[in-house]
Design a protein around this ligand. Structure first.
Ligand SMILES: NC(=O)c1ccc[n+]([C@@H]2O[C@H](COP(=O)([O-])OP(=O)(O)OC[C@H]3O[C@@H](n4cnc5c(N)ncnc54)[C@H](O)[C@@H]3O)[C@@H](O)[C@H]2O)c1
Length: 334
């Protein structure tokens, strides 16, 4: 079996999660680490390859020197440049963390390069791999009528995060940077959105220097299918807890998700409302990596291709535009 020569761009907090999985997979050989802060790349190289890899502070050199097969892009939202274009030029398969960019021009350009090159690209929307989420999606796809439903989603945390995270200019805001996971799940279940309205404010962090993100938001989405979603989010809840959950309602089934692996399904149209509990334990980050590796091996599409990153970003940016303009925003179907 040929090992995939693999690099990581952005050796910060989160990429460690991917690096830990990648270093344990036989099919993968971690060969290069790139961070503009060399110390971070060095620390990854020590922890995950016993210093066998190479260190870069410029991703252009990572691509030109390392003959990569695969790259994990874990840059903060504002730091995306031409790394996807370079990966495509070098025929390197990609996992890119969400949000893939902070504007649609850059996101569309990334997708154009991925499509033209034919490399495999997975976007880091790992909730899609949860056992209960997969089960509900299967139910929607198998139902005889057009899937139509309601989603009530909640995302709550309370953290100052990093400097770039607090700045809307650098992160895009809480909805774009973080809650995009739930926006993506609403698309996963109900298809393409046609209209969004969002209210956003900074209620709790006005005295925190350079905190320009919203810390409360309420977003309403209408889908082409007629489905409706409401997503409420805050960064003013319980410290050191990241809580997210959602309820999905259709004519026949209501499902309460405590996370994307675990949910209780209620058959509301049946006598006695039978319930079933779906319980999954799989690591969703590993699942997205294993799917990407299989897509490369079998030359098939990934489960979360680049277009999903583009469309969910469009929904998140449209929501934020709606909050700025204080008016609903129509979203064109792709
Ligand atoms: N899927 C998830 O559940 C999940 C969870 C957390 C973070 N993320 C995403 O991962 C990404 C990174 O988040 P993080 O928390 O690790 O951020 P971080 O700030 O801890 O790490 C980012 C790293 O990128 C480096 N960097 C910045 N610009 C660079 C450049 N031009 N070239 C090379 N390196 C550069 C920084 O020095 C830093 O080490 C974000 O997009 C975030 O949304 C995803």
């Amino acid at each position: 079996m040929k090992q995939l020569r693999t690099g990581i761009i952005g050796c910060g907090h989160f990429a460690r999660k991917h690096a830990a999985h990648l270093s344990a997979i036989e099919e993968v050989n971690l060969v290069g680490f790139c961070d503009k802060d060399a110390e971070r790349a060095i620390s990854y190289n020590e922890q995950f390859t016993q210093r066998k890899g190479s260190i870069f502070t410029d991703y252009q050199e990572l691509f030109s020197d390392m003959d990569l097969d695969l790259v994990y892009i874990c840059l903060p939202p504002f730091a995306h440049g031409n790394e996807v274009e370079l990966a495509c030029q070098h025929g390197v398969n990609i996992l890119i963390e969400k949000p893939i960019a902070l504007d649609m021009e850059q996101a569309n350009s990334m997708a154009k390069h991925v499509h033209a090159s034919g490399v495999k690209c997975q976007v880091g929307f790992m909730y899609r791999f949860g056992k209960a989420a997969l089960e509900f999606r299967r139910y929607l796809q198998e139902s005889s009528s057009e899937p139509k439903g309601f989603m009530l989603g909640r995302y709550a945390c309370n953290s100052l995060h990093s400097n770039w995270w607090r700045s809307r200019e650098h992160s895009g805001g809480q909805l774009v940077e973080q809650v995009i996971h739930l926006l993506d799940m609403s698309r996963y279940f109900f298809g393409e959105p046609i209209k969004v309205f969002s209210l956003q404010d900074n209620l709790f962090h006005r005295d925190v220097e350079s905190y320009t993100n919203e810390d409360v938001s309420a977003t309403v989405i209408q889908f082409a299918s007629g489905s409706v979603a409401t997503i409420a989010a805050t960064n003013g809840a319980i410290p050191n807890r990241w809580e997210y959950d959602w309820r999905l309602v259709t004519k026949e089934v209501t499902a309460d998700f405590s996370d994307s692996n675990n949910a209780t399904f209620y058959q509301t149209a049946q006598e006695g409302v039978p319930t079933s509990v779906i319980s999954g334990k799989d690591d969703l980050y590993l699942a997205e990596t294993m799917d990407l590796l299989e897509a490369i091996r079998e030359n098939r599409e990934t489960f979360v291709p680049i277009d999903e990153g583009v469309r969910s970003l469009n929904l998140a940016l449209s929501a934020t535009l709606s909050a700025q303009k204080e008016t609903p925003i129509n979203i064109s179907l792709p």
